[in-house]
Design a protein around this ligand. Structure first.
Ligand code: GLU
Length: 305
């Protein structure tokens, strides 16, 4: 690599001026749009961090691959596939994923809100509190020693400004895709989105997905390799919402973004990458974050294509 990570990061800083922090969850509006951080963890445990790599932010949609992993661990592939589809939606994160047809579980994608809300109902537990605690425990296992907390202010902020997600969840109930109390399912979803970490946490989780389910530091198996492959495939086709095609062309690796400004990228067999920069493009993806990943991909030949 010719340019250092620091040089690459510096060259992307001006892109933070071009985006906007999310405001539909009021608490997220407090984020500093000029933050930019990066962490890389190789599958052999080598670690590099630059810029605002230690700033905490809420993962938001980056919890969706972990929700899916928990559902896979609890139910196996066949049950999960019977409840959510795997086709790319080509639609925004909060889209109602049906066209002229009756709403069907196969029209949902677990990386888009409606599918992720349905996935919450697949997690095992005697109560939704227990289901959330199991998800939190899995997130901590994957993130190793990186900080994993719950941001109560962001959780409350989303919960009290969630008319669209509420509407989506009630549609799921109306069409018999979820059966549990809608508010309990939603509460689990909002709390999941409000889990906070830093770039090192995203790099660690991405590193496990890149390393066939093994911890990059210890090589201990944390999740079955076939579940890591399943999640990575869906990240490739739908992890960046209706920007997934553009991202595949420019960066070329499985990744998941969140409206908090994080991006977790998975370079199979090589590394996990965590990025933070909360100024978003019109699709809800971190603008400087994608640019930084594009430059990294060119410099380190990361594209899987
Ligand atoms: N909690 C957010 C929502 O449901 C997540 C969206 C995202 O990160 O894309 O609206």
């Amino acid at each position: 690599m010719n340019a250092s990570l620091e040089e690459l990061l510096t060259s992307c800083r001006s892109y933070t001026d071009l985006g906007k922090v999310a405001s539909y969850i009021p608490e997220l509006q407090k984020s500093d749009p000029h933050r930019l951080g990066l962490c890389i963890l190789s599958c052999h445990g080598e670690y590099q961090a630059e810029g605002d790599a230690r700033v905490l932010f809420t993962v938001q949609s980056i919890i969706k691959p972990i929700l899916l992993l928990q559902a896979l661990l609890d139910n196996g592939v066949d049950v999960v596939r019977a409840h959510v589809g795997v086709e790319a939606t080509g639609k925004p994160f909060d889209a109602i994923n049906y066209t002229d047809q009756i709403l069907d579980s196969q029209h949902l994608n677990p990386m888009v809100n409606m599918g992720a809300i349905a996935v919450c109902s697949l997690i095992h537990g005697g109560s939704y509190e227990e289901r959330f605690q199991r998800l939190l425990a899995l997130t901590r296992t994957l993130a190793g020693d990186a900080p994993i907390q719950v941001n109560e202010a962001v959780y409350r902020s989303e919960k009290s400004h969630a008319t669209k997600n509420r509407a989506l969840a009630y549609l799921l109930k109306t069409y018999g895709i979820i059966h549990d109390d809608v508010e309990e399912v939603l509460d689990c979803y909002f709390r999941s989105c409000a889990i906070s970490t830093d770039c090192t946490g995203l790099a660690r989780i991405g590193g496990v997905l890149a390393n066939q389910g093994r911890c990059p530091d210890t090589q201990k198996a944390l999740i079955p390799p076939e579940y890591a492959r399943f999640v990575n495939a869906i990240l490739m086709t739908c992890g960046m919402y209706d920007g997934s095609g553009d991202f595949a062309v420019r960066v070329g690796v499985p990744a998941k973004s969140g409206v908090g400004g994080g991006i977790m990228a998975v370079v199979p067999g090589r590394m996990g990458i965590g990025i933070y920069s909360p100024a978003l493009d019109e699709k809800g993806n971190s603008l400087a974050g994608i640019r930084l990943l594009e430059l990294l991909s060119q410099a380190m030949d990361l594209s899987i294509f």
